[in-house]
Design a protein around this ligand. Sequence first.
Ligand code: IMP
Ligand code: MG
Length: 180
Amino acid sequence: MNKKFSNLLPEKHREIISEADIRKRIGELGAMISKEYKDKCPIIIGVLNGAFIFMADLIREIEIDCEVDFIKISSYGNKKVSSGNIKLNKDIDCDVQGRHVIVVEDIVDSGRSIQYLENMFSGHSPASVKFVSLLVKKGGAIVNFHIDYIGFEISNEFVVGYGLDFAQKMRNLPSIYVIE
Ligand code: IMP
Ligand code: MG
């Protein structure tokens, strides 16, 4: 573990995805998106706050014209379990009508956030909407959802780092950790 950050983590933690593995997988996702969206100039919409680091790294692996925007929703409050109520904190500024939209999430657990976003975007007549998530928790799904590009499937445990928080902290860790 990077000594610089060891004081930020609780005593019981383990690294599950290293910086190098994240970088490699994002390269692969970027290549797939570049190929599929060639000449389509997609609008890539990051879901704040969790996806900000993933979004920044992902778009630098996308070698085609694209635009970016952000939306901010929250469901967790300061707990480790989702409240189930999604709140829109900041809407997008762009017009998605007739455009190809790619929504970038940090992690999908129950699927409620994705479902909320899908309903919201499809109501604005985009040409297409696809979802990319760095992480998907196995066995966490409560509602039906479909993710088009998945970075890693992980077990149903609480993770932090690389943008993901616990009570707003630990987003600045460069790798992904399970904490207890
Ligand atoms: P869902 O709506 O239950 O699918 O939860 C998705 C959102 O909850 C994500 O965008 C994250 O912000 C947050 N979340 C879910 N699991 C975790 C976790 O293990 N660590 C940190 N945030 C999480
Ligand atoms: Mg979060």
